[in-house]
Design a protein around this ligand. Structure first.
Ligand code: AGP
Length: 614
């Protein structure tokens, strides 16, 4: 998944693009570049392998300035990350530059056709074929819009493109094909912007238009025109983004992930705001319209998601079955559509996705739509595909999540799932007045409980100092905390590159206990709940085999310290909300281990914030 920024206005495009790319670096950071229409009419291109800072240094050494430009930060799919394969790509005539996100599935056939006509290519990328096609149509007298239309009519796959041309210096063209990650048009005064994600242009405008599949935006200084690819006008529907620029900045924290971990008392409060009605003792969900009859008619809910969001879905099964008494299945977005799922209009398919652009989750949503299920989403990014195509949605209201490792979106998802459970429980008549009020009242203390976990000493830096050189970790949880063990393991492996596995504690005796030795720390979630005694016995089994145990316990538990090597504590929390609190020590442990190992916490190798390619 790559980052795209475009600008057309009266200011110098270069600093605006570079700052925007820095805000998008979490989307991919193998290489970066920009193309600017210069005063002499030529297109100036600067590109560099590596992170944005390398490109900034290159531009400082060899400035390029103008009031129209496009930029790109790349997560390599076709062609190794190097300057030659970095975007933007310029056509052979130097007339057109393009930046691209997605995969042109038929690029080899297109490239062979063009090479047979004598075209020579400068890169290994799929992207370059498009700019050769567009230049060809331009040379034949087509307008920039028509040249782009004709070129893209030959392209297969989910893609997003932004073009500029020295022959048409008064516009940039943005096109979205399928689910290749969003394209947002920012509306300014005498200037307009294009970006693959809101934070890139939030400093300049909060009025955004989101392109949908097979739509083209013609962006000029004076305004923006949106059309379908076959030329039909599309009315502009600007959204005003409630996020402020500060929320997309990192300071005063060292990493975005660190900031987003410590923001969770506030983000949980934001997620609750306007939904949990503590006066009336009930829940309101503005994005979900359901009558009691429709709620009672539902036979089951299927949750589809990927990665951390899938683990939130596993917690969601506990929440929705407990609160709404409705059967719940959970499936990976990348698996769902390949199992020919049995769905009907009595099934609700609930997609959980922070970015709203994860291609596997979107594909699962399309499968659900195709089979007639009711389609809901829990999503963070406003205007994203998953936000717009669902029949009903619950926004996370977590604010922009920049760190590649998801933290506050996970806890926001859990709160949304709890709210959904209460909402459905009341509609289905399974949560009575008093029971419902008690469930809603439990939410009132949640931000305070989260805040208490975040007020810790140096226990995490101490643990990181002891265990930073280990090669394997095992995370054990049971019941509603088993998904928390999975999430803890994922956090650790994706930012510290230590191999980690989350496991249902009861399964240890069926094989994995053979792994236990003094080299592999075991993180055991053993808070005071209905499976506490089982977890204590699990800890004893690990210790009996020489293992080292880091236990997560409830404050005041004096017994567990006699068994475990290290104890992290959380405050007593209502069982259905415990995962919101219990995951935070998992996040902090992973963060401090990664920092102690000198890893790039916000931009881990090989990863991207939103996976918009299959
Ligand atoms: C989580 O830390 C990872 N970055 C990854 O697993 C992520 O949760 C997954 O790609 C799903 O993203 P989404 O929530 O935006 O759909």
């Amino acid at each position: 998944m790559c980052g795209i920024v475009g600008y057309i206005g009266t200011r110098n495009a270069t600093p605006i693009i570079l700052e925007g790319l820095k805000r998008l670096e979490y989307r991919g950071y193998d290489s970066a570049g920009l193309a600017v229409l210069q005063p002499d009419g030529s297109i100036g291109v600067r590109r560099e392998a590596g992170k944005i800072v390398a490109l900034i240094e290159k531009v400082q050494a060899a400035p390029v300035n103008g009031s129209v430009g496009i930029g790109h930060t790349r997560w390599a799919t076709h062609g190794p990350p190097c300057e030659r394969n970095a975007h933007p790509h310029l056509g052979p005539a130097g007339d057109v530059a393009v930046v691209h996100n997605g995969i042109i599935e038929n690029y080899r056939a297109l490239r062979e056709e063009l090479e047979a006509e004598g075209h020579r290519f400068a890169s290994d990328t799929d992207t370059e074929v498009v700019v050769h096609l567009v230049e060809g149509y331009l040379a034949g007298g087509a307008s920039l819009e028509d040249a782009v239309r004709r070129a893209l009519s030959q392209v297969k796959g989910a893609n997003a493109f932004v073009f500029l041309s020295r022959r048409h210096p008064d516009r940039i063209i943005a096109v979205r094909l399928g689910n290749a990650g969003g394209l947002t048009v920012g509306l300014g005064e005498g200037e307009n912007f294009v970006a693959s994600d809101i934070p890139a242009i939030l400093d300049h405008t909060r009025r955004m238009v989101f392109l949908e599949d097979r739509q083209m935006a013609v962006v000029t200084r004076e305004g923006v025109r949106v059309e379908t690819l076959d030329g039909r006008p599309v009315p502009l529907r600007p959204h005003t983004i409630p996020w402020d620029p500060v929320s997309a900045a990192k300071e005063p924290y060292r990493h975005f992930m660190q900031k987003e971990i410590y923001e969770q008392a506030r983000s949980v409060t934001d997620t609750l705001r306007g939904r949990a009605d503590f006066e009336a003792g009930r829940v309101r969900l503005e994005g979900l319209t359901l009558t009691p009859e429709e709620a009672r008619r539902l036979e089951r809910i299927v949750i589809v998601a990927c990665g951390t969001s899938a683990y939130a879905g596993l917690v969601g099964k506990f929440l929705l079955e407990a609160l709404a008494r409705i059967p719940v299945e959970v499936d990976y977005g990348s698996e769902f559509r390949y199992r020919d799922p049995l769905l009907n209009d009595r099934t609700a398919v609930l997609a959980i996705t922070q970015s709203g652009e994860t291609v596997d989750t979107l594909a699962a949503m399309e499968e659900a739509r195709r089979k007639g299920a009711r389609l809901w989403s829990i999503v963070n990014v406003i205007g994203s595909q998953a936000h717009r195509i669902a029949d009903g949605h619950i926004l996370m209201h977590a604010g922009p999540e920049i760190g590649v490792a998801s933290t506050k979106a996970f806890t926001a998802s859990l709160v949304d799932l709890y709210l959904l459970g209460c909402y459905l429980g009341e509609l289905r008549g399974v949560l009575t007045g008093e029971e419902l009020r008690r469930r809603v009242d439990d939410l009132a203390r949640l931000p305070d409980l989260v805040g208490r976990v975040l007020q810790h000493g140096d226990e995490y830096t101490q643990l990181a100092q002891i265990y930073y050189d280990r090669e394997h970790f095992l995370y054990l949880g049971r019941g509603i905390n088993y998904p928390v063990a999975l999430e803890g393991a994922l956090k650790l492996k994706e930012i510290s590159y230590i191999h980690a596995e989350g496991y249902p504690a009861g399964e240890m005796k069926h094989g994995p206990i053979a792994l236990i030795d003094e080299r592999m720390p075991v993180v055991a979630i053993a808070v005071r709940d209905t499976v506490y005694d089982k977890m204590i016995s699990q800890i004893e089994q690990v210790k009996a085999r020489g293992g080292r145990v880091i236990a997560l316990a409830t404050e005041g538990d004096t017994e567990i310290g006699l068994k475990a090597d290290h104890v992290l504590t959380v405050p007593p929390t209502p069982p259905l909300l415990a995962p919101v609190v219990n995951v935070i020590p998992m996040q902090l442990l992973a963060y401090h281990l990664a920092v102690r190992r000198g890893c790039d916490v916000d931009q881990p190798r090989n990863l991207a914030k939103s996976v918009t390619v299959e």
